[in-house]
Design a protein around this ligand. Structure first.
Ligand SMILES: [Fe+2]
Ligand SMILES: [Fe+2]
Length: 272
């Protein structure tokens, strides 16, 4: 058990990979093999990411002048470098989705506007960092689930599968960086759980909205079939794993490395 371990103690310098999934040049192909629910899920998730990653980068960057410790400075820089790559790759993927017939750009712009409003509503460094901590935990939980879910991976187009494998790997590697900064600057348990609850509700509502929008723009299968696919996905044991992961955050003694899931990474075949 390695709770409260810093990222450098646990991993050392974070690798910053610059993969190319070929979304800029390839012709449109299905996101999944005959699963309209997965098509809309993996596509809708991606439109959150470019603006989301920019928000996290900005929130963490704003704390840099608070630390003299060169190790923390380096952790912050590696976090920024990894998230910048994620933003870049998902921007390319979202344009590919648009070419596939999904309304990705309109949805991406909606997330931009929402996060601009959030930044205006919560302008302080502390609040933006706690929002980042909450969302970083959500991405770590989803990444943990995805890296274990070989059935889900197998159902995807290889480039889409590898995009999410790579992103999941790096989300797990840097999952404690924002949290450790938040702890070092003085924690606020009430705000942490309040922002997490608001984040989960908003994220779920937007995800459902985007999935419906994407499905309606390109209904590759009947509504009945899609409902069956949705039920099959949601009644899988993966949802218990995910619920447990989100619930862990509500413990006053929570730390991201209490869930030591680095062992999942070598199993992932990620393009360097
Ligand atoms: Fe990311
Ligand atoms: Fe992240």
């Amino acid at each position: 058990m390695t709770g409260n371990t810093s990222t450098f103690e646990k991993i050392g310098p974070l690798p910053v990979r610059k993969p190319d999934f070929g979304f800029k040049k390839k012709n449109t192909r299905p996101i999944s093999e005959n699963d309209a629910f997965l098509d809309s899920l993996l596509s809708a998730l991606s439109v959150f990411l470019p603006a989301g990653e920019r928000f996290f980068i900005n929130a963490v960057k704003r704390t840099k002048d608070q630390f003299e410790d060169p190790t923390i400075q380096e952790e912050i820089q590696y976090f920024i470098n990894q998230e910048a790559q994620h933003s870049k790759q998902h921007l390319a993927f979202n344009r590919y989705l648009e070419a596939c017939g999904f309304p990705a750009l309109e949805s991406e712009a909606q997330i931009d506007r929402i996060l601009e409003r959030v930044a205006k509503m919560f302008p302080s460094r502390e609040d933006q960092l706690i929002i980042t901590v909450a969302i970083e935990h959500c991405t770590a939980v989803l990444s943990n689930m995805y890296l274990q879910d070989t059935d889900l991976q197998k159902a995807l187009d290889p480039d889409v599968r590898d995009l999410y494998l790579w992103h999941s790997q790096e989300e797990i590697e840097h999952k404690a960086v924002a949290y450790d900064i938040y702890k070092a600057l003085g924690e606020n348990y009430f705000k942490r759980i309040a922002f997490m609850s608001a984040t989960l509700l908003s994220f779920a509502a937007l995800l459902i909205q985007f999935q419906n929008r994407f499905y309606n723009a390109k209904p590759t299968q009947s509504r009945l079939k899609r409902w069956q696919q949705t039920a099959k996905f949601c009644l899988h044991p993966r949802m218990l794993l995910m619920a447990r992961g989100f619930a862990n955050f509500y413990s006053p003694s929570f730390h991201p490395w209490q869930e030591d899931d680095l062992h999942l990474i070598p199993k992932a075949t990620v393009r360097a």
